[in-house]
Design a protein around this ligand. Sequence first.
Ligand code: LFR
Length: 499
Amino acid sequence: SKPSTVLAFDLGASSGRAIVGRLDSEAGQLTIEEIHRFPNDPVKVGSRLHWDILRLFHEIKQGILKSKHLGYAQDVESLAIDSWAVDFGLIAPNGELLGNPYHYRDHQTDGVMDQLVAQIGREKLFAKTGLQFLQFNSIYQLYALKERNPSLLDQADTLLMIPDLLRYFLTGEKHSEYTNATTTQLLNASTRNWDQELLDQLELPSKLLLPPVPSGTKVGSLTTAICEELDVASIPVIAVGEHDTASAVVAVPALDQDFAYLSCGTWSLLGTETLSPVLSEQALEWNFTNEGGVYGTNRLLKNIMGLWLIQECKRAWDKEGRSLGFADLVKLAEQAAPFQCFIDPDDDAFLNPEHMPKQIQQYCRDTQQMVPQSEGEIIRCVMESLALKYRLILERTEQLSGKRYSGLHIVGGGIQNELLCQFTANAILREVWAGPVEGSALGNLVVQWITLGYIANLSEARKLIRNSFPVKTYTPDDGEAWQEAYETFYQMASRSTVK
Ligand code: LFR
């Protein structure tokens, strides 16, 4: 029988891609081909930071066109979108988009979380939603909008998360997908529906939010207008695990039931999959999250600032005309002296500073450490600190889940940074298994195939991924030096804000 072809759009905070997946069920093999890649540059207007949502929609159409030009379009059995979480667009009663969606790093939410948490209570919010406290969660964005721009909310009929919104543009149908809905901090972890009491407290009309549909639901097909515009036949659209991290976790090629993962991109998301939310006092204190996974699973994990720190250093240096590629920066870091200074990557100061390298230097100055000067010294400090933070969060994951993991799976674009993978193995004193690189897109693809009936379930999907893509093993090295570094890091981090 001929292979099944489906199309995935995976939108990250720095780039997006369209990927064609082909599944040969008999051979148990799947292959992917990236047919379109595009930057996702946020746009600052005045003091506000926005996503260029219409450009992203344009790029999705370009991806469909390219699939046609490559001869795939007539075979494509379905398509699906996944993206970063928490952000949304508002739809007017006439069906049009109101305003440009805000970027979660926009400063409009600065200070808002503390205000709202004081009003509702930290324990209560966590007990209800199971979510970690991040200042950009949709709940705080909505609260900020209410204060700053209430007429926008007044006009709105429906709120759609980014993938919901793009899918609506494609199909004309409005649905809210479950995994992404959990990241709003407005969904009740027990009922898996919107928490009415929270909506009331925010004075949000409940009509704004649609009842979430489970990941893997068929939710329409391309509109006639789009088919005419692109000159393609209609393609069914599936709501997969539309939160990119949910899709990344799907793609972890784990053979055991219990495993730890790190989804490594702009963010580093480290944790495990559990059967139900972990709502313990300790989980709250350590600010872990329980985000919805596909097929009833729970994602117990923590956000770590991730490659954003490096991306932002590069952006600052690019602006100053000292353009260096990521590979150059990693090379400089490799040549720099080890263990000179550490940062807590998750300090609020690093969420969206004006100038990342200066912010890192300031942090080291404030904590009475050596102040890194060169590009190599700064990037070395970031990479070692990330690896050490991974150890802290891995050990906390184990304490919360009561399980012990013999190594760490890493998926996502970040595995291209091989030095970071090696540092991570060194820091956690265990093996690192790196791959696949297109984690989220693969998770997106296999959930489509489960819906279409070609793959039986999640564990079959993981087996298939394991058999189709290489996994590179990193063994820990230099254990003693890293152990010592960890102790220093831990001291330093607990003096600042270990969150
Ligand atoms: C990763 C991610 C994280 C989420 C952050 C903001 O791409 O989706 O899971 O916390 O972006 O949406």
